[in-house]
Write a new protein. Structure first.
Length: 317
């Protein structure tokens, strides 16, 4: 749950953002002038249910509205866009890569919605539905519409595919292993499997049915370059000791800050953040990375799922 409000008069133009972290029972508040990242504070609250947290948030929001603040649509790219702008002021010519920050919607997918989480997949019938070793059908975790994301290198190698559906086996200890099913345009046109006989009503992954979308943002290549990020400390030392160093300390600090902000996002494209080069080798083209607030899979403490077209990798931090 996150809310974003703005206030503007003759003297000031500022924002106020409040969010509830249900995993840590934290109220996270960010505020400041428009065009800045702002200052962030955290407050632990004792809430037994999400509904109780919502009551608390609504009370705080009502107080701001009384002072003249107005609720606005949240721009998921806001903080990162500001940091990237600051970086461009230090270095005009930057090599950029495109990522898509994910936001989820509580609305249920229609029968033709491709970007979906949980529930029934699209374009998959009994023939294509993956099963475990005992022959039991796997649970649909989510589906990604590749045509919505300009991953040109991937699209060129897999031009026959329109989307990928990912499944998990809830009865397996390897719940963090994703099984992918590639879908063609012809598959997508089939829609959902009418009268699907499988009963997944006891699955929390299946029941957590939502839709999602991606928001385009360009970030510097270094942000998703594992080797570069691993060498940040060395590069900082070089920047401090040498007048003609390639990068300034300020530049490196911003790269690290951008990568840290991107790391806590669910996103598609670009490349993985804070994943060592050798850990993702041999897994194919990078698709996306996400945490358990995207799909209701237990990824452990601060767990992140890195998804490639040939395999996936799960890590806790």
């Amino acid at each position: 749950m996150k809310n974003y409000l703005k206030f503007k008069d003759e003297k000031s133009h500022k924002f106020w953002e409040i969010e509830f972290d249900q995993y840590e029972d934290l109220i996270i508040t960010t505020y400041g002038k428009i065009g800045t990242i702002g200052k962030t504070t955290e407050k632990e609250i004792d809430c037994e249910t999400i509904e109780e947290a919502k009551v608390y948030l609504d009370k705080q929001i009502a107080g701001k509205v009384k002072k003249g603040y107005q609720e606005k649509k949240i721009d998921p790219t806001r903080k990162l866009s500001i940091l990237v702008k600051q970086l461009k002021e230090l270095k005009n010519e930057l090599e950029m890569t495109t990522v898509y920050l994910i936001t989820t919607k509580e609305e249920k997918p229609t029968k033709t919605t491709i970007n979906r989480i949980g529930g029934l997949p699209i374009g998959i019938d009994e023939v294509k539905w993956p099963k475990n070793k005992e022959g039991k059908p796997l649970i649909h975790a989510y589906t990604i519409d590749l045509s919505k994301f300009s991953q040109r290198e991937y699209q060129e190698d897999s031009s026959d595919y329109r989307a990928i559906s990912y499944f998990v086996d809830e009865e397996s200890e390897e719940l963090t292993t994703l099984i992918n099913v590639f879908l063609t345009e012809e598959d997508i046109q089939k829609g959902e499997w009418d009268n699907c006989p499988y009963d997944f009503t006891e699955s929390s992954i299946f029941e957590d049915t939502r839709t999602w979308e991606g928001h385009e943002l360009e970030v510097p290549d270094e942000v998703v370059d594992g080797e570069f990020l691993e060498n940040l400390d060395y590069l900082r030392d070089e920047a401090e000791d040498e007048d003609d160093a390639e990068y300034s300390v300020e530049y490196l600090d911003l790269i690290e800050k951008i990568s840290e902000h991107l790391f806590v996002q669910n996103y598609v494209g670009g490349g993985p953040t804070w994943l060592q080069q050798d850990e993702g080798s041999g897994m194919g083209f990078f698709i996306m990375q996400f945490s358990e607030d995207f799909v209701n899979i237990n990824l452990g403490d601060s767990g992140v799922m890195y998804v490639f077209d040939d395999d996936n990798l799960w890590q806790c931090y």
